[in-house]
Design a protein around this ligand. Sequence first.
Ligand code: BES
Ligand code: MN
Ligand code: ZN
Length: 504
Amino acid sequence: MKGDFRVKIKAVAGNITEVKADAIVLPIAEETGSLGGDLAAVDRALGGVVSQLIGQGEIKGKPNEITLIHTLGKLPSDRVVIVGLGKPAELSLDKIRGAIAEACRLLRGKGIASIATTFGIAKIPVAAMTQAITEGALLGLYTFRRHITKPAEHGEISQLIVVGTEAILPELEQGIDSGRVLAEATNLARDMANEPANYMTPTLMAETAARLAEDYGLELNVLEQKQMEELGMGALIGVAKGSRQPPKFIILRYPGGDSDKIDVALVGKGVTFDAGGISIKPSAKMEEMKGDMAGGAAVMAAMAAIARFKPQINVMAAIPATENLPDGSAIKPGDVLTAMNGKTIEIISTDAEGRLILADALSYVKGLGARRIIDVATLTGACVIALGNVCSGVMGNHQELLDWVIKAGDEAGELIWQMPMYEQYKELNKSEVADIKNIGGRYAGTITAAQFLDEFVGDTPWAHLDIAGTSLSDKERGYLIKGATGVAVRTLVNLVLTLASKKV
Ligand code: BES
Ligand code: MN
Ligand code: ZN
């Protein structure tokens, strides 16, 4: 997978006090009475400096607390970094991802190239722990410097060694392998969403899909405008009218199952730039709208990871890709468009374009008989107001599927909160001149957008993830970097792996 550098991660049998690296990273929990095995051994080798720092209150084990100690030749490694994990009762895999990420970035900033670590924590299985360490390191060290000609001030971490006993080597290796696939896919989605809109047009998005298809053995089909017209995708074509860039309807297939049914259809919003169209957005922060294809990127990247995991299930991805720009030929408020399923839509705001292109994509995968549909979209500013950047919103028509999505997110550390779909909200989308209008007013904007989408899935089990608040991070925070987060990639992959293992 494309990346500016590659951290080598390997499992090694032995003892952390005997490993030679530029730095060893060890965790410490808050309010621990005595030091655990590895930390105790390091403490002894260093003449009790760790216990002393704990006694003096410098090391408390609080979340994201980092203490750097130089070993001055008392250990084969030059430095020991002790990372706080917080209270044992509140420990989660996500805290581990975050702690490792912070430690890796700190050490990278100091010009360090090799790190060794070991994270034995009784209640967490070794493979899951190692996967979290791998994800944390690879996600936390992510940078997007493709358009910066000046070299970075920091070097790169070239090697991460995960130390354990001989007996657990296979689990360490399994954790490293899974973590790498998930983190690389997430970083791919970040790359796509961070890319300026002039480097990630619908055409270039389709070219990225072609590269993924080639690299991972996915089947690719890209529908051009003419085919969209033949299929009656009037909503997607309507949005594309304001743009000189031709729209693309990107279809990727992973045929891992033995039936000819599509077990899961993943649909991702691919608006490569959202200026709002004729209902133009204010210019403040408009540049962030280059990331309005983050849902599509997440779906594409998830397909790459799914192809690497090879589960026995048939997955299809559909990404309607277009720009949303104002132009003499752009759609206007008051226009009426006809979607692929025949429903007519009155345009009130051309800035509510995501639901328009998704309407046709949902109709398309529903028409192919997909057994269940998950869509991912940076759909509403209202979702950012409601949930901030802490969690994504989820809505749908099938509680069991929604529960699976939420659980898959939880495993990934991607928090998801369900919002209600009471039918009263549907009223707000009623139009006087068409079957439905494309905005439901100021109230409950995230829900009325979901109720709009509901018109295009019929009774196919469906879940809709609104990632408008979570797709971008305004600062470095744990394993998140300022910019695109790649949110939903790991949730989608976990979900597909779960569905495949349950054979449902
Ligand atoms: N892409 C935006 C939603 C968005 C807003 C994503 C902020 C990320 C951050 C979407 O196309 C949009 O413009 N939605 C409008 C809908 C409104 C016109 C009903 C919005 O939320 O303002
Ligand atoms: Mn918009
Ligand atoms: Zn948009």
